[in-house]
Design a protein around this ligand. Structure first.
Ligand SMILES: Nc1nc2c([nH]c(=O)n2[C@H]2C[C@H](O)[C@@H](COP(=O)(O)OP(=O)(O)OP(=O)(O)O)O2)c(=O)[nH]1
Length: 153
């Protein structure tokens, strides 16, 4: 099948869309997190002490850089932080959350693992958690909303 490259116009529109969502315009930091399932359980990681929200559990990911798409960001972050090669299946949704130090738009991306084994750098523990147990884990506030508003509906 013929694979067409995106046109220059499409690339320019995509770039300005990403810019328009940058913290400079919105005052909000875009953070992507990966929803990865294995045998019906969800991958969660605990942030190291000393980091913002240290000790809290989260879905792994990180901040989207300027000129980076959410898909590129999640693939980069999972590689950097967990040594996992992931591919995005689809975007599940997002929540906006205001912490005292930062306002974030947390974007949940359903991903599948393409390769690698988990090796932690920014987290000190990881777990596979069943849907019914998600509510009993001490997740960051924004992630609790991802659980309530996206995963449990
Ligand atoms: N990665 C991630 N961050 C989350 C989640 N939920 C949540 O509230 N956060 C917060 C924690 C941080 O304040 C912010 C993301 O920062 P981060 O430290 O993970 O980002 P980063 O890897 O790009 O790190 P850095 O370069 O700023 O150190 O969003 C989540 O599920 N995953």
């Amino acid at each position: 099948m013929l694979k067409r490259e995106p046109s220059e116009n499409f690339k320019a529109v995509r770039k300005s869309f990403i810019r328009a969502n940058s913290p400079i315009f919105t005052g909000m930091v875009n953070v992507v997190c990966a929803i990865i399932q294995k045998d019906g359980k969800f991958l969660a990681c605990r942030r190291k002490q000393g980091k913002a929200r240290g000790g809290k559990w989260e879905f792994p990911g990180g901040k989207v850089k300027e000129d980076e798409s959410p898909e590129e960001a999640i693939e980069r972050e999972l590689h950097e932080e967990l040594s996992l090669d992931v591919k995005v299946d689809r975007m599940l949704g997002s929540v906006v959350h205001h912490y005292p130090d930062i306002s974030i738009r947390l974007i949940a991306m359903k991903c599948f693992v393409n390769g690698g084994t988990i090796s932690l750098t920014d987290h000190d523990e990881f777990r596979w958690i069943s849907l019914s147990k998600l509510k009993s884990v001490d997740f960051s506030e924004a992630d609790c909303r991802i659980i309530d508003e996206i995963l449990l509906v």
